[in-house]
Design a protein around this ligand. Structure first.
Ligand code: EPZ
Length: 416
């Protein structure tokens, strides 16, 4: 298994170009199933997850090809409706094919995604919503099996704001008979942009950007031809690297509003920011100030930046308090940071972080995508060498991370 060897301790400087967004690309890839045709998606990041999703589409009968970051998906020959456990277990987002398959074919067989590194991640909101639209869904041998059903419009209110369930039901509703109303929907840019892409193909969606969507079903859509938005979590991660190492990093190809909550917290930590239309320059302080952070659905502070922010607070001058309200047990990175000398006390879903002058290099193990980014950041600021194991997690969501960091002056290498 690949590892990353990092020699830390110097401020990173320079410019980094942010890649396309993983969490925006995956639902758009699923949406190609709604219409038989040739779909073109530009600026798709080359990641383990986008390749896994391409594999799922191929198994359903689509022809998929990557040319650099241009993804072409030909769904005219799609004939299977089965997404197997082997793939779904490696990437929960595979469940996004369920709604489009039911909408186009009236049937589907999709493996239930199991748990993840930090506990149960149910999909009850996806299933309840699809059933409200008339889907007949049974759980058989670990699979969600949908039999012949013509989806119909319905009014669905989400108890919890869910990115996945909003995207799922939106995709199911655009081809359903009649009108669907979705209430308390997610506002994450990945979801809003999916709505804009579908509207660009002829879908009738009102209320994008608000917590209430009204979707008038249509009988067919045009193929997708779009460019994937920049990755706001990758951008916020690099901004946090500047805070962590005391360097100055210019982020190119970004939409600052998409990660404003993280930028504001970094300003509180002492970073100096220069925002422009599609770039942000972040100058880190000599030493970060402590923070209070509570994760929330967008436009609040993203849970996908919680681990990275704990790394920043681990070297802050004082005590920080970080609460994750989305995933109550998303703290598998904490014991690994402690191996590097961090002082973090966990109280349920709250981490109390007493900042230390300096972290020390050590052997650590990544447990999930954002935890691995957090450990790489800690290694960049630490004294001495750090060996980060199981970086396949990192490859799921960061395109060419070590090359980008090396270009900013990091002493980092991948060990196969
Ligand atoms: C998306 O996951 C992202 N994944 C996650 O990013 C991100 O952490 C999460 O949204 C929250 O922002 C992708 O976009 C592929 P949710 P998703 O449905 O859709 C509960 C990363 O690092 N819930 O918004 O699975 C759930 O348990 C990944 O890139 C239900 O109870 O998240 C959680 O507490 C990790 N029932 C809350 O809602 C459901 O049916 C939000 O989950 C669905 C969700």
């Amino acid at each position: 298994m690949d590892k990353l060897l990092v020699r830390g301790g110097k401020p990173l400087q320079g410019t980094v170009r942010i890649s396309g967004s993983k969490n925006a690309a995956l639902p758009v890839m699923a949406a190609t199933l709604l219409t038989p045709g040739v779909h073109r998606l530009r600026n798709v990041p080359r990641l383990r997850d986008t390749h896994t999703f391409a594999r799922v589409l191929e198994l359903l009968g689509a022809r998929v090809s990557f040319d650099a970051n241009l993804l072409t998906v030909d769904t005219r020959e799609v004939s299977s409706v089965e997404a197997p456990y082997e793939l779904v277990k490696t990437m929960r987002a595979s469940i996004y094919v369920l709604g489009p398959l039911l909408a186009r074919f009236g049937r589907a067989k999709v493996s239930l995604p199991g748990g993840c590194a930090w506990g149960p991640r149910p999909v009850n909101l996806h299933l309840t919503g699809l059933r409200a639209m008339g889907a007949v869904l049974e759980i058989e041998h670990g699979y969600i099996v949908g039999r012949d059903a013509r989806l119909k419009g319905a009014t669905i209110g989400f108890d919890v704001v869910s990115v996945g369930a909003t995207a799922q039901l939106m995709m199911a509703a655009v081809l359903a008979e009649g009108t669907t109303v979705l209430e308390n929907v997610a506002l994450e840019p990945d979801v809003t942009v999916l709505g804009e892409v579908l509207a660009g193909c002829g879908a009738r969606i009102e209320g994008l950007g608000s917590r209430r969507l009204t979707i008038q079903g249509v009988t067919s859509l045009r193929p997708i031809d779009t460019a994937i938005i920049p990755d706001r979590i990758e951008a916020a991660t690099f901004a946090a690297v500047a805070a962590m190492t005391g360097g100055t990093i210019r982020l190119e190809n970004v939409v600052p509003d998409h990660f404003e909550a993280a930028l504001r917290k970094l300003e509180e930590a002492g970073c100096a920011l220069q925002r422009a239309a599609d770039s942000v320059t972040v100058a880190g302080p000599a030493r970060p100030r402590p923070l209070n952070v509570v994760t929330q659905p967008f436009p609040g502070f993203p849970t996908d930046m919680q681990a990275q922010m704990i790394a920043v607070c681990a070297v802050a001058e004082g005590t920080s308090v970080i609460e994750d309200t989305i995933y109550l047990d998303r703290f598998t990175h904490v014991p690994e940071l402690a191996r590097m000398g961090a002082r973090i006390e966990l109280r349920g879903n709250v981490a109390v972080v007493k900042g230390v002058d300096r972290l020390a290099g050590a052997q650590v193990m990544a447990t999930d995508l954002r935890a691995s980014a957090c450990l790489v950041m800690a290694a960049l600021a630490a004294q001495g060498e750090t060996l980060v194991d199981r970086i396949y997690h990192l490859d799921r969501g960061y395109e060419s991370l070590e090359q980008k960091l090396a270009a900013l002056g990091a002493d980092i290498q991948r060990i196969h």
